[in-house]
Design a protein around this ligand. Structure first.
Ligand code: CIZ
Length: 352
């Protein structure tokens, strides 16, 4: 066994691991997680070394679905706070810890529970749909939850005559309104990492790489000005699956740039270009491999949700998972995989 691992009953200062070669720390973390009975889940936006030690990497939807199947008693969630909260609520029998408790979400912070309560009062009968990028306390005020992978599916599952109040992402909400033609009022929140992606930079990149396919996340602001700006509008998992199947060899990717690590790893023969070098999420970037190691040693930092809030927040969350699962069950078995998103779009199209 590694000497450092033997001595790790005493919390090792992060500084000691900072000087360690990454490969060695990766090996140490992999060994350590087994010893501690910890499963590591990582969001698609996490830095490469964290993705290397993760047992499962995906978007919020896949991570939530996967969390339900975890056998280990402890989940080390590498992402941002609302994602760990979702895992803690979905898996009440597990301890959920995060490498850095300050890793939050600027978009989620743009709405608080009282905003939703007031908005609902102003729109009696309105159905509140929250993007998964919301706190548990905001989810507790909402009727349905969705991710960018299943947004259309969830909206289509709501009775057609209902007015929908969508929080907090203005761009995703506006995109869903255009796609579904539904009566959707949209909260004016946004993700700063996606907001910096601008049309001028994109035009420049497209001119420089005329054969590249341009993939855009629905949180991108430029979408509202020109819905057909991109070749494909996809969630992060949708993008990861798409680039594997597409015959194109060059892609311009408009989302948080951490996603490029996995794309390059899965497709070493293809070229991936970030739509903006500034599209980084400083919250996601708070998590580092060194902090992951420290969490395995100390089993910090726990994420818990007040039971009364969890009880109410689980309603939209479980509804989302159930609608997604129901749609999945209706699809032909051969088209379905936990790792493929095509069936979600097929199911949304079936509803139309
Ligand atoms: O759902 C998620 O994980 C986020 C925040 C984006 C995406 O499209 O995966």
């Amino acid at each position: 066994m590694d000497k450092l691992l033997e001595s790790s009953a005493v919390p090792m200062p992060e500084a000691a691991t900072l000087a360690m070669p990454k490969e060695r720390l990766i090996a140490l973390v992999k060994e350590m997680k087994k010893q501690r009975g910890v499963v590591i889940l990582a969001h698609n936006y996490q830095e490469g070394p964290i993705q290397e030690v993760a047992d499962f990497t995906g978007d919020s939807l896949k991570l939530a679905q996967f969390a339900k199947t975890v056998a280990e008693p402890i989940i080390l969630f590498c992402g941002v706070h609302f994602m760990a909260e979702s895992a803690a609520m979905i898996c009440p029998d597990k301890k959920v810890i995060v490498p850095d408790p300050a890793a939050g979400c600027s978009l989620a912070d743009m709405i608080v529970p009282s905003h939703v309560r007031t908005w609902k009062k102003e729109h009696p009968g309105g159905v509140a749909v929250c993007y998964i990028n919301t706190s548990a306390a905001v989810k507790a005020e909402c009727d349905y939850c969705c991710t960018s992978a299943n947004g259309e599916l969830i909206i289509e599952a709501i009775p057609a005559e209902k007015e929908i109040l969508f929080v907090p992402d203005y761009y995703l909400g506006t995109y869903l309104k255009t796609r579904t033609g539904r009566n959707i009022d949209v909260w004016k929140g946004y993700c700063p990492a996606h907001a910096v992606i601008n049309p001028e930079e994109i035009d420049h990149l497209r001119d420089a790489h005329p054969d590249a396919e341009f993939l855009m996340h629905p949180e991108c602001g430029c979408l509202t000005k020109q819905i057909d700006l991109a070749d494909q509008i996809l969630s992060t998992d949708g993008m990861i699956q798409y680039v594997k199947k597409s015959p194109s060899t060059t892609f311009i990717i408009a989302t948080e740039k951490g996603i490029l690590y996995r794309m390059r790893k899965d497709n070493p023969e293809k070229t991936f270009i970030a739509a903006s070098e500034h599209a980084g999420c400083h919250h996601m970037e708070r998590n580092t491999l060194e902090k992951v190691f420290r969490s395995l040693v100390t089993l910090e930092y726990p994420v818990t949700v007040d039971p009364e809030i969890a009880l109410r927040a689980l309603v939209p969350l479980e509804r989302m998972l159930a609608i997604t699962e129901r749609a999945r069950a209706k699809q032909p078995a051969e088209t379905i995989s936990l790792y493929e998103d095509d069936w979600i779009l097929a199911a949304a199209n079936d509803l139309r």
